[in-house]
Design a protein. Structure first.
Length: 87
């Protein structure tokens, strides 16, 4: 997981493949209790486009390394997930 320094709390990010509505695995140290800062749906193109889908996602309540999508199928695109760590 890339960690962004300079913040008062560690911040992690990951770029993962999109997929169906439901659970998505996120590499890194994402766990319940962390704060989801943003999820952007990125679609390939010239140039690539992005849509903010943060409101459609949450960090899984009991599974580490998992976010849950409740609304939009993102298959064929990518998801940029950004979160801050609980300490």
């Amino acid at each position: 997981m890339p960690t962004i320094t300079g913040f008062s709390k560690p911040v992690g990010c990951a770029l993962i493949p999109g997929g169906p509505i439901g659970e998505h695995r996120v590499p890194g140290n994402l766990k319940p209790g962390d704060t989801l800062l943003s999820v952007e749906h990125i679609t390939d193109g010239t140039p690539p486009t992005r849509v903010d889908r943060t409101a459609e996602f949450s960090i899984h309540a009991t599974k580490a390394g998992t976010v849950v999508n409740t609304t939009t199928v993102t298959t064929g695109g990518f998801l940029h997930v950004l979160w801050s760590k609980v300490e």
